[in-house]
Design a protein around this ligand. Structure first.
Ligand code: ADP
Length: 636
């Protein structure tokens, strides 16, 4: 309220000053009606005028009968003065207007004073000095939810057990920061939640606040960014100031990539604002103690584009992967969302979960909602499986879904592809051990084969590097073996790029060429682009050697898969059935033994598999990748 009065007052003063200035400029109009110059002139010659006041082009005349009128000189006329004197009309001039000192100052200084005032006003707003009001540019747009408003609990977040486990420690800390402070333990300041949209990152962050019973600040990365340089930075400052007042608390920054992109990308300038905002964020994060009770949680889908400075120790040094849910996860998420929906007896959540591969948590929430709407439209009291099926069709065909729609063909194709990677990765020497294989999309790939390195990866042997190349090609080879070479599509490009890079580096950087001496064959960046420091002859040998490495490893993978094609089929079946298989299942498959179901698999799931067959082989429709960082990106 106070602020409104203050604002009104400021605008009032501005208005008064403006009016004063305009008045100053406007002419002092005389009284009396206006007559034509001709009438006025004939009045002079007819001796009808008592006196005349001339002010520039404006003439105020008083007639002998004491009536007043005004007229204006249409052009500059020397003759007028002569005639007035000739006919003895008393003429009065006007003294030159001397504006008062105050007016002079106001007029000449007003624009400057106004600008300075405006600038001070904006600066103060940016510093976060002002409170609210329509002009509060520099205030953070964060929304604060008090502990009573955050009702989300861990039970509302289903199917992300690994992610939940990783953050329970944080909840514990927020509940009783003192406990950790006494022991000198350090709790991460920043947690980065990585995963595709709709997988429950926001939900999980809220659940942390809900469980810990602390305030929750939420803001999107794009809310910091404005046209004016400095605004974003001041918003960051303001946000942290508020958070400090409410510690212990959680700050949640959604879409951190909006401000956290790598700096210096594109040297044409114009990134100043974002960089300043990012710098301010780094400064703030460094500025508070690890135990001050503020935990920042940021969400993103793209860690790779984030500025490395953000990921350094003491900042967002802990990453929590929140991926698309697998079958079990989907069933649990559905269970959370149908809590308030009256269900028909024929609704089987495990069947639904099985029929919705690739759905995110948000998609599943949407599915339940759509089904309930269908039922309501039909005036039904219970939501039955029919409605769920219709809702699924609607979501699959409509535009509502942001994530991938997986068809049966895609799933089978993905299963063969990943099984190919897994089998070759298992059989080649010195390869990192297999951790798990999944056909649930992750980070732009349709499926992932996880390898977990043992110990630190400081250097790698030639044998291991060659094994990695064989494994990378195995997905593509598996597809070729099943569907025929003609049907191989362009999808495995990142596998190929990865293998090619390894092979090239083997020859040009690590000295593993068969023919060349171990020399570092470098390219040098110059202003004309990369400059070769090698002869054409050497370049040719490099190319040949790279191709030789690729060729022998491709052939090895081909041989391994042809010899074990029965395992390829069996692993595909297991993947289709369980979506994700772990170490145990992989070992069983490789030993040609029957596969035991993964942990938590129930008789009901077994029935769901029978109810929703995903069999049938068909043409490959798309591909999937294992990338260079698949082995390290897996958690647990
Ligand atoms: P993100 O922040 O990852 O984009 P949100 O947390 O905003 O996703 O999720 C959107 C909605 O989807 C949530 O409000 C919730 O209803 C539903 N949802 C997503 N993941 C889950 C989950 N694991 N358990 C229950 N509901 C979920």
């Amino acid at each position: 309220m106070n602020d409104m009065v203050k604002n009104l007052l400021i605008w009032g003063v501005i208005a008064v000053v403006l009016i004063a200035v305009f008045n100053q400029f406007s002419s002092i109009s005389s009284s009396g009606q206006q007559v034509s110059y001709t009438t006025f002139y004939s009045d002079i010659t007819n001796g009808k005028l008592k006196e005349v006041h001339i002010n520039n082009k404006e003439i105020a005349a008083t007639t002998s009968s004491n009536s007043n009128y005004v007229t204006y000189i249409p052009y500059f006329d020397n003759k007028l003065m002569d005639d007035l004197l000739k006919y003895n009309v008393p003429v009065f001039g006007t003294p030159e207007e001397k504006p008062s000192l105050l007016t002079t100052i106001l007029i000449s200084w007003f624009p400057i004073i106004f600008l300075i005032g405006f600038w001070l006003f904006i600066m103060r707003q940016m510093q976060g000095g002002g409170k609210g009001g329509p002009m509060s540019v520099g205030k953070s747009k964060a929304r604060m939810l008090t502990p009573d408003q955050v009702k989300t609990k861990f039970t509302d977040v289903a199917g992300s057990e690994e992610a939940k486990q990783e953050v329970t420690e944080v909840v514990d800390f927020l509940r009783d920061p003192g406990k950790y402070q006494k022991l000198g333990g350090r709790i991460p300041k920043g947690i980065l939640m990585v995963g595709p949209p709709g997988t429950g990152k926001t939900l999980l962050a809220r659940a942390i606040a809900g469980e810990a019973n602390v305030p929750f600040f939420t803001i999107s990365g794009s809310d910091f960014v404005e046209m004016f340089v400095g605004v974003g930075a001041s918003r960051v400052r303001d946000l942290f100031e508020q958070a400090r007042k409410h510690a212990p608390c959680i700050i949640f920054i959604d879409e951190i990539d909006a401000v956290g992109r790598k700096r210096g990308a594109g040297s044409m300038g114009g990134h100043d604002e974002r960089e300043q905002t990012l710098n301010q964020m780094l400064v703030e994060m460094d500025g508070f103690e690890a135990n001050s009770g503020i935990i920042i949680i940021a969400a993103t889908n793209r860690v790779d584009i984030l500025d490395p400075a953000l990921l350094r120790p003491g900042r967002f040094d802990r990453q929590v992967q929140v991926g698309l849910p697998d079958m079990k996860g989907r069933e649990q998420i559905l269970a959370v969302h149908v809590r308030k929906v009256p269900l028909d007896n024929n609704v089987d959540l495990s069947v639904l979960a099985r029929g919705t591969p690739g759905y995110s948590g948000a998609d599943l929430a949407n599915l339940v909602n759509e089904a309930a709407l269908f039922a309501a439209r039909r005036n039904k009291r219970l939501v039955s499986m029919d409605e769920f099926e219709e809702a699924k069709d609607k979501i699959n065909m409509g535009t509502e879904r942001r994530s991938l729609t997986m068809t049966t063909e895609q799933l089978v194709n993905t299963a063969y592809h990943e099984a190919g990677h897994a089998i070759v990765g298992y059989l080649v020497p010195e390869h990192d051990p297999l951790h798990k294989v999944t056909i649930i999309p992750r980070g732009g790939a349709l499926g992932v084969t996880f390898f977990l390195p043992e110990g630190d990866q400081i250097s790698q042997s030639k044998t291991k590097l060659e094994s990695m190349i064989s494994t990378a090609y195995a997905g593509r080879i598996a597809e070729g073996l099943i569907y025929g070479d003609d049907k191989i599509t362009s999808g495995a490009s990142s596998d190929i790029r990865y293998a090619s890079n390894v092979a090239r580096a083997m020859v040009t950087e690590w000295g593993f060429s068969d023919r060349l001496a171990p020399i570092f064959f470098e390219y040098e960046e110059s202003s004309y682009g990369p400059m070769k420091k090698i002869s054409d002859e050497t370049a040719r040998i490099i190319d040949e050697d790279v191709q030789a490495i690729i060729k022998r490893n491709y052939e090895r993978a081909y041989q391994l898969l042809t010899d074990n094609i029965d395992i390829l089929h069996a692993m595909k079946d297991a993947l289709i059935k369980y979506e994700t298989i772990g170490k145990k299942q992989i070992a069983e498959l490789m030993g040609r033994k029957p596969v035991t179901p993964p942990d938590g698999w129930t008789e009901k799931d077994e029935q769901a598999v029978k109810a929703v067959p995903t069999e049938g082989e068909s043409e490959p429709t798309s591909k999937n990748d294992i990338g260079p960082d698949d082995s390290s990106s897996s958690n647990s």
